[in-house]
Design a protein around this ligand. Structure first.
Ligand code: NAD
Length: 490
């Protein structure tokens, strides 16, 4: 068995042992072995992190640097991520079971690119003069919000770190970050790697418990909270954040429709449908977990999809030849199996998968249900695993009606060659992203976020950046004669 790494919490530029000196085991879901330990922070530890962030913010050591100077630090972080890519990819795969191909080609480069993108942003944060039809000089200034609390989920730990920390930093904020307890090892190793880039106290990281998350959400010393996680937790966080009316950005769950029209390129749609539900073993907020198939191609498409899904090579996430790793933990796999049982009970037809293929670790076969009614539990609830619900539709209107019949509204996919249909359907879908003839196109320039119970606020792009700033209007009255309306009212 290889060495078990241990990580403490990172507060005010130092690695400190938490109050109660407790730690939690990090289990590799490919083999069930403990490969690291992370500190379990309680509310007192979290308060220390918040105090450090507040002190650093008030000192101006970071906020008062020019955007260019802050940007240089972000670009330096991007470079360090790239320079340590192999180690970070392996840790990420060990921590959440994502295949090494995935972490090497997607997670680590994406995290680096996001730091680079926000590191090179400049004009978006410059003062902006307003053209007002009045005798005033008016301008808009962008200022940091202050102390940002950031809490995130376990399915893309390094990417979420980039998505939240990079825009918060370039805007001049100080941060208290809490990665998910399920998979924080790669993030903690990254903190070790980048620890000298920023002034102390600007970035603080607490781990290991939802108590730390609650302490961040409730804290009156935190000005803004950005949260990625389940909708239920999001609701609690929203309540807690109301204690001091924190600014809030919530990235929550999804049950996204993948709509395949008969006039599409079938091979492309098959590939897209596979990626949309079986990449990262379906543990994606954006999973295309409802496959809406037009009646004319239903049987043919299901047959081909079944063939592809049942031939995926399942095994250890660290093996480059593996296409489908384990789920993130045994506990999570058990919750997915409960949904499979529910699907069977409600009358959906299990056409592929549903079994545990390897005893050790947290494996589960890629699973497909056909004959699904959109009202069934497996069509309405987020399963967050490799379980596809296939639903038949007839015509554009019915496809849209089924697609929108969900409490969630994160993303949707459309597969068709008809340009006018693309325009009509994408406008009528109630969600934050519509991918056409593709799946999973994330770009640093393009804002991402939800409608309905998938949350609010945006990540990435200029819209994502502006979540992390206060907008100040500075207005100088230049009325001829020096007496403005207010000055001469009484
Ligand atoms: P989760 O809600 O269980 O946990 C998310 C984070 O919140 C973790 O860090 C957890 O420790 C913390 N937490 C738990 N209870 C808390 C509380 N009371 N107060 C404050 N923090 C608390 O979610 P998860 O299982 O880690 O992730 C899966 C969920 O995340 C899915 O629903 C998925 O759709 C969602 N997700 C959404 C997006 C998006 O961008 N919309 C992206 C990825 C994942």
């Amino acid at each position: 068995m290889s060495e078990v790494r241990e990580f403490q919490i990172f507060v005010d530029g130092l690695w400190i042992t938490p109050n109660k000196n407790q730690a939690i085991d990090c289990v590799n879901p490919s083999n069930g072995e403990v490969f690291a330990k992370i500190a379990k922070a309680d509310s007192d530890d979290t308060q220390k992190a918040i105090d450090a962030a507040r002190k650093s913010f008030e000192s101006g050591a970071w906020a008062n640097l020019s955007i260019k100077e802050r940007g240089k630090c972000l670009v330096a972080i991007a470079k360090l991520i790239r320079g340590n890519a192999k180690e970070l990819s392996e840790l990420e795969s060990k921590a959440c079971g994502k295949t090494i191909k995935h972490t090497t080609f997607i997670d680590v480069p994406t995290a680096a690119d996001t730091f680079e993108y926000f590191g090179r942003i400049e004009k978006e944060l410059q003062d902006r003069k307003l053209n007002i039809n009045a005798p005033v000089d008016s301008k808009i200034c962008y200022e940091p919000v202050g102390v940002v609390g950031a809490i995130s989920a376990w399915n893309y730990p390094l990417i979420f770190f980039g998505w939240k920390v990079a825009p918060a930093l370039i805007a001049g904020n100080s941060i208290v970050y809490k990665p998910s307890s399920v998979a924080s090892v790669a993030v903690m190793r990254l903190i070790e790697i980048i620890q000298d880039v920023l002034p102390k106290g600007v970035l603080n990281v607490v781990t290991g418990s939802s108590e730390a998350g609650s302490a961040i959400a409730e804290s009156k010393d935190i000005d803004m909270l950005t949260f990625t996680g389940g909708t239920e937790t999001g609701r609690k966080v929203m309540q807690a954040a109301s204690l001091n009316t924190k600014r809030l950005c919530l990235e929550l769950g999804g049950k996204s429709p993948n709509i395949v029209f008969a006039d599409c390129d079938i091979d492309a749609a098959l590939g897209g449908a596979m990626s949309a539900i079986f990449m990262n073993q379906g543990q994606m907020c954006t999973a295309g977990s409802r496959l809406l198939l037009e009646d004319k191609i239903y049987d043919e498409f299901v047959e081909k999809l079944k063939g592809k899904a049942s031939s995926l090579k399942i095994g250890d996430a660290l093996d480059y030849a593996i296409e489908f790793g384990p789920l993130a933990s045994k506990a999570h796999r058990d919750s997915v199996i409960k949904f499979i049982e529910q699907g069977k009970k409600e009358g959906a037809k299990l056409v592929c998968g549903g079994n545990v293929p390897i005893e050790k670790g947290a494996f589960l076969e890629p699973t497909i249900f056909t004959d699904v009614d959109n009202q069934m539990t497996i069509a309405q609830e987020e399963i967050f695993g490799p379980v596809l619900s296939v639903i038949k539709f007839s015509g554009e209107d019915q496809a849209i009606e089924i697609a929108n019949d969900s409490k969630y509204g994160l993303v949707a996919m459309i597969w068709t060659k008809d340009i006018e249909k693309i325009d009509r359907v994408s406008k009528r879908l109630r969600c934050g992203t519509v991918w056409i003839n593709t799946y999973g196109g994330f770009y640093n320039e393009a804002p991402f976020g939800g409608y309905k119970q998938s949350g609010f606020g945006r990540e990435l792009g200029v819209e994502g950046l502006l979540e992390y700033v206060q907008v100040k209007h500075i207005c100088l009255d230049k009325t001829p004669g020096g007496k403005s309306l207010a000055a001469s009212w009484f």
